[in-house]
Every structure is written in structure tokens, then in C-alpha cells.
Design a protein around this ligand. Structure first.
Ligand code: NAP
Length: 325
């Protein structure tokens, strides 16, 4: 006999990597009686229906949320408040609104005041992802063994928090409750800064490549124009994977977690300058000490099962990329 679903009707607003992965796993596990989807474009709605990770789909989010017990907003952070404003009048009393945005303070600040009395807000963030986006990129195992952080505002309804926690547990995640400000600071270090560094390094390498090519042409020295790509296995390759992450999503994360990112970036640039000094003055012991410490951090990440010791499949490999985002 099949188990009773956790929710009669779930609305997924945004059907990209996260929304489609949630749809896949909710259907596989029978967690919702009906999964209603909504995306900005008719094309994404049609793809979602064709793949089958939703039971219905509409470009009008009101169609999806009408009668829904749980609404999961899976859009880029920059439009979460617009979506909340559009759906607010159609939400039924007792409905729970959650989201998957990578920034939490801005969501609570912007969405909280828009929701009607009797509708419960339980913001969330699955710390799982890949650099791929769109309705075809999702897969049901995305959240397995990853953390999902919930940041309920003070006085949040306990039953609503318990229901959202149960959903994430049933899709395979470990649930943690966290203060939203703390969340934004932690993620600024573990995810937002690494992405910024990757975007910056890949940008620098691409500028450099053009520059080297021009100089080579002038001096007739033989330098291949695509050397940066050709020898990317030297470390650059891993940065290119992170720097391929969705531009809209990441623009919104930096603009909405400005304070924490700038604070961590300040600290990082100081440390980088210290490294620059150590290289300039030949301070090998300082370099070696740091590299010993950082190697131990990698071992800690593996011990906590947040990274594989081997690359079993491409998907496994990718799931490590965005253990933020
Ligand atoms: P995605 O693959 O780019 O998908 C975004 C979805 O949102 C698309 O279906 C898009 O519709 C829809 N959308 C955009 N603007 C909309 C609007 N105004 N109204 C309704 N739908 C709209 O993004 P994602 O990677 O799933 O990320 C979604 C959220 O999850 C973001 O807030 C991100 O911070 C968070 N997150 C991402 C990751 C990750 O690794 N990707 C990890 C954890 C959390 P169309 O397809 O029609 O354009």
C-alpha cells in the first residue's frame, strides 16, 4: 500500500535545476498528491510536463499556488519578492511558503511583509547544486547526503518548520536550523567567495590570453593562442567549471549578500597580499605551513562526506561544485 503524501498539493515556482530536482524526487517518493509547476516561459512549462516532474504547469504562478499547501519558490533570488507579491492574494490560510534561495536575510526582509496573515514563511537553502541550469538539468538524487539549511524567522510556526524539515529529510538531506544572518556569513565564505574567485581567475586568464597573443604576434614569438585552455588540467579547469555557473543566479547572490561578501572579500584580499609577500621574500616556511593547514581542511570535507574521494560519475563530480550555492 502506498504511503500518504506529506502534502496534498505542492507548487514549485521556478522549474530549473533546483525546482526540477525537487519535482523528480517528490514524484519518486510520492511526497505530494499533486505537483503544480510554474515558470516564466511557456517553453520551460512544456518541457517540465514532457519530462514529467510536474503534474500541471502554467506561466501564471497563481494557477500553481491556488489550493496549494506548500509553495516552494525556486527562482533566482532577485525575483523571489516579485513572485511572492504576485502569489500572496491567492494563498490559502495555513499554506506554507518556503524557498531555496542561496541568500536568506534578503528573502526574509522582502518576502515576510508580503504574506497574508495565517500563511507561514519557512525560508530554506539546500546546499547542493551543479553549474547546470534549466528544466533538463535536474535529477532526483541532487539533495542526497547534502545539508539543507532552514532559517525560520523569530516566532515561526513550529508545525510549518517541522513539515518543511520533514520534506527535506525525505528527499535525502540533513536539515539544520540557522540564524539567517549567520547563514549569509557562512555561505559568503564557503560558496560566494569561491565563486567570485573562480569568475575572477577565469576572466583574468581570458584577458591574459588575448594580451599574450597580441604580444606574440608583434614579436613573432611562437605562443599558441589557446594555451590557457590546452593546459587547463594544471588547476584552471576546476575554476572554469565553477565559473560556468548561471550568471543571473550569481549576479543576484552577490547583490543580495553584499555586506557579508564584501566583509569576507576584505579579509581574503589581506591574506592574499600576505601570500604575495611570502612569495616575494622567499618565505618558504610560511607557504608550507599554510598549505599543510589547507590540506587538512580538504580531509575534513571528505570526512564529513561533502566531497568524494573518487570521481565515480560526472554527476558526482559536479555535485561537489556548488556545495554552497
Ligand atoms: P535555474 O536553473 O536558472 O532556474 C530558474 C527558474 O526560475 C527557471 O525555471 C525560470 O523560468 C524561473 N524564473 C526566473 N524568473 C522567474 C519569474 N520572474 N517568475 C517565475 N519563474 C521565474 O536556477 P536554479 O539553479 O534552479 O536556482 C534557483 C534558486 O536556487 C536560486 O535562488 C539559487 O540561488 C538557488 N540555489 C541554486 C543552487 C545551484 O547550484 N544552482 C543551489 C542551491 C540553491 P524560465 O526557465 O522560464 O526562464
Amino acid at each position: 500500500m502506498s504511503k500518504k503524501p506529506l502534502f496534498d498539493r505542492v507548487a514549485l515556482i521556478g522549474l530549473g535545476l533546483i525546482g526540477s530536482s525537487l519535482g523528480h524526487v517528490m514524484k519518486r517518493e510520492g511526497l505530494a498528491g499533486h505537483v503544480a509547476g510554474s515558470a516564466r516561459s511557456a517553453k520551460t512549462c512544456a518541457t517540465a510536463l514532457e519530462i514529467g516532474f510536474v503534474d500541471s504547469a502554467s506561466v501564471d504562478p497563481v494557477d500553481a499556488v491556488t489550493g496549494a499547501d506548500l509553495i516552494v519558490i525556486c527562482t533566482p533570488v532577485g525575483v523571489i519578492a516579485d513572485v511572492a507579491a504576485a502569489i500572496a492574494p491567492a494563498l490559502k490560510p495555513g499554506a506554507i511558503v518556503t524557498d531555496v534561495g542561496s541568500v536568506k536575510m534578503a528573502v526574509i526582509r522582502d518576502v515576510g511583509p508580503l504574506l497574508p496573515e495565517g500563511v507561514h514563511l519557512v525560508p530554506g537553502h539546500p546546499v547542493a547544486g551543479t553549474e547546470h541550469s534549466g528544466p533538463e538539468s535536474g535529477f532526483p538524487e541532487l539533495f542526497e547526503g547534502r545539508y539543507c539549511i532552514l532559517t525560520p524567522p523569530p516566532g515561526a510556526d513550529k508545525r510549518a518548520v517541522a513539515a518543511v524539515s520533514e520534506l527535506w529529510r525525505r528527499v535525502g538531506s540533513d536539515v539544520e536550523l540557522m540564524d539567517p544572518k549567520h547563514h549569509d556569513r557562512v555561505l559568503a565564505i564557503t560558496s560566494h567567495l569561491p565563486h567570485l574567485i573562480a569568475y575572477s581567475i577565469v576572466g583574468t586568464a581570458s584577458d591574459l590570453e588575448e594580451h599574450i597573443s597580441r604580444e606574440a604576434a608583434a614579436s613573432k614569438e611562437e605562443i599558441l593562442t589557446s594555451e590557457v585552455i590546452k593546459y587547463s588540467a594544471g588547476g584552471f579547469r576546476d575554476f572554469t567549471r565553477i565559473a560556468a555557473s548561471d550568471p543571473v543566479m550569481w549576479r543576484d547572490i552577490f547583490l543580495n549578500n553584499r555586506e557579508a561578501v564584501l566583509e569576507i572579500l576584505g579579509r581574503f584580499t589581506e591574506d592574499l597580499t600576505a601570500l604575495q609577500r611570502a612569495i616575494r621574500w622567499g618565505e618558504g616556511d610560511s607557504l608550507h605551513d599554510l598549505f599543510e593547514r589547507t590540506r587538512a581542511i580538504r580531509r575534513g570535507v571528505i570526512d564529513m562526506r561533502q566531497a568524494g574521494t573518487f570521481k565515480a560519475t560526472e554527476q558526482e563530480d559536479e555535485a561537489e561544485v556548488d556545495s554552497e550555492s
